[in-house]
Design a protein around this ligand. Structure first.
Ligand code: COA
Length: 246
């Protein structure tokens, strides 16, 4: 019975962008020529840090999981921009997705070939929750949000937003999918969220989980299969330092 329904581990790696400059600069050691070229095109310093740290994190975590040198990994992108492994690891039984917001990168990894998406947002209270909900959410979600006390709206908004983004990122579509095509529950305290949709792309089993990756942030991970799951949160800086010898 256990073998028919194995426990799926989803690892969530978090990396704050306020790392020391020596570490950020050393990330280039494991980036590809194309990644370094893209890095140089970013003008604001915080965007350069975000990109260098995120790509080095991706390479370090996947390199360790695949027993490969981080620099030797190759990536390809779907036509909508979702990165996957290419080259000799193109068929590796591993899935990943990455997100960054307000100085934090979050990387979700699981040892299965499955649709996986993650989204992180820095929690803020200065967002126009109702305006954004009426623009992007389903009418059911917008109505539910409007019915909450004003003080409860920002956390419900971000719970809903991260769950929806994680799902469309798992599909590889991004917001091109149409965020109003489906509804998710928005109680931020709910670890596993409910999904409601008639859309054929969402007809299979989905798991949708909220996690708090760091103080002041909320993340969600979506996984396109059924099963028992456990989420392990890890702080990635030590692994990154090891991978780049800093
Ligand atoms: C790319 C997209 C999928 C996510 O964008 P985002 O929320 O701005 O960014 P995130 O930090 O969560 O994710 C970006 C990462 O997802 C990955 N990614 C890119 N395209 C992807 C896709 N189609 N599917 C899944 N993952 C994708 C990449 O690793 C990317 O990292 P990079 O930018 O360093 O290359 C985009 O289509 C999207 O949904 N944008 C929504 C932004 C928006 O309108 N927000 C309004 C807030 S109210």
């Amino acid at each position: 019975m256990e073998e028919m329904n194995p426990l799926q581990v989803i690892d969530i790696w978090t990396l704050a962008h306020d790392q020391d400059a020596a570490l950020v600069n050393a990330c280039e050691k494991i980036l590809s020529v194309e990644e370094i070229a893209r890095l140089r095109r970013y003008k604001p310093d915080h965007k350069r840090r975000e990109y260098a740290l995120s790509r080095a994190l991706l390479r370090s975590v996947l390199g360790e999981a695949l027993a490969a040198w981080p620099a030797e990994l190759e990536f390809t992108c779907s036509n909508r921009g979702k990165p996957t492994l290419g080259g000799k690891f193109a068929h590796a039984e591993i899935s990943f997705n990455l997100s960054h917001s307000g100085g934090l990168t979050v990387l979700a990894v699981t040892r299965y070939p499955v649709d996986l998406g993650v989204d992180v947002e820095r929690l803020r209270t200065d967002v126009d929750c109702l305006g954004l909900a009426s623009r992007f959410f389903s009418s059911r979600e917008a109505h539910e949000l409007a019915g909450l006390a004003a003080s409860a709206r920002p956390s419900a908004f971000f719970a809903c937003w991260t769950r929806k983004e994680a799902l469309v990122k798992a599909l590889g579509m991004g917001i091109a999918f149409g965020l109003a095509e489906f509804s998710v529950s928005m109680d931020p305290a709910e670890a596993e969220a409910r999904l409601d949709s008639d859309h054929p792309a969402l007809s299979g089993a989905w798991g949708l989980y909220s996690v708090r990756p760091a103080t002041g942030y909320l993340a969600a991970v979506a996984i396109g299969n059924s099963g028992r799951r456990v989420i392990h949160l890890h702080e990635a800086a030590p692994l990154l330092r090891r991978a780049i010898g800093k």
